[in-house]
Design a protein around this ligand. Structure first.
Ligand code: 2P0
Length: 315
């Protein structure tokens, strides 16, 4: 019986992706730049079975995205019915990119179990069809994703050990996010008067973000990342109906990160399609950053992560 297990880490974008140029091929409208969360992971096992079964975090589900993705894969490869079991060691559906790490691990596991012979770039292309940001989770360290025609080039900008940064994740809610990313992106493109401006600003931010990462320029990266985050959330706020992912605790955390920076700590924030805040800082101040975020009103807990490596096969 053919089987394989793989894991992948979630990633968080510093220059954000929000909007597609091609819905069918899931091509982002702009490039994006992300870091890999090495202490969080999604582990996915696939095995040949008698019918397609998907089990997420120990619960059997009908997952439309995975079903559509498998149907697509079967147009090109002869695959038997599959049992897919996937679990994450962090909260799912809350803006922590579990679909990115999930599709990255799933692609790697299927490619290995059935000897599909996919190159890393081809794995990124298949993973991207499931989740636009998933190609970034196949690489480690600092990763760029750049749309190119009907594909997206995914490349590592810095390795996981090149720049000693750390991430603190302030958990600010125990609920799943209200609107999923795919539906939210479509709504923003269709209704926000700021969408064209967002595309322009993001392409510029990608070029300067890439330079800041290559130069390991913390101050520049902090400014570019926080601006990209706020611009994405401004786009979300200007969508009809409005996409409001922040809550009161998110705003409290933003204030605390700003205070920490005023106190001389090298730290900046970013927030995705959910209310949790991620603080990126130099590893030397990571404990102080975590301790101060733990003291913020409305924060449930704070997770810690270093920058992680690429997706890996476990066997
Ligand atoms: C990002 N996000 O760049 C942005 C920031 C969320 C906020 O990529 O529709 O789950 O499957 O391509 O990959 C989340 O998007 O969405 C995401 P689809 P995906 O990280």
């Amino acid at each position: 019986m053919r089987t394989a297990t793989a894991y992948a880490h979630p990633n968080i974008a510093l220059v954000k992706y929000w909007g597609k140029s091609n819905d069918e091929l899931n091509i982002p409208a702009t490039p994006s730049l992300a870091i890999t969360l090495g202490d969080l992971r999604t582990t996915t096992r696939v095995e040949e079975s008698t019918s397609d079964t998907v089990v997420l975090d120990d619960v059997q589900v009908q997952d439309a995205k995975i079903n559509a993705w498998l149907a697509h894969l079967r147009k090109q490869f002869n695959l038997p019915p599959l049992r897919v079991e996937s679990s994450s060691d962090f909260p799912a559906n809350s803006g922590l990119a579990s679909s990115a790490s999930g599709f990255a691990a799933l692609t790697l596991a299927i490619s290995s179990a059935f000897d599909l012979g996919l190159s890393l770039q081809e794995q990124c292309d298949w993973a991207r069809l499931g989740s636009g940001s998933a190609g970034r989770s196949l690489h480690g360290g600092f990763v760029a994703l750049e749309p190119q025609g009907t594909s997206c080039r995914v490349s590592q900008v810095l390795g996981e050990s090149d720049w000693d940064l750390s991430i603190a994740i302030a958990i600010t809610s125990d609920r799943a996010k209200s609107t999923g990313s795919t539906a939210g992106m479509t709504a923003s493109r269709d209704t926000s008067p700021f969408y064209e401006g967002w595309l322009r600003a993001t392409s510029e931010a990608f070029d300067s973000g890439l330079r800041a990462v290559k130069n390991m320029d913390f101050e520049a990266l902090a400014q570019i990342s926080e601006a990209s985050c706020r611009q994405m959330h401004a786009l979300m706020l200007s969508t009809e109906p409005a996409l409001i992912y922040w809550n009161a605790a998110t705003l409290n955390c933003i204030e605390e990160v700003t205070r920490m920076r005023d106190d001389g700590l090298d730290v900046f924030y970013t927030i995705d399609a959910g209310s949790h805040l991620k603080a990126v800082c130099r590893a030397s101040v990571a404990k102080q950053v975590r301790d101060r975020l733990r003291g913020v009103e409305g924060v449930y807990s704070v997770l810690a992560s270093n920058i992680g490596g690429p997706a890996q096969l476990l066997g």
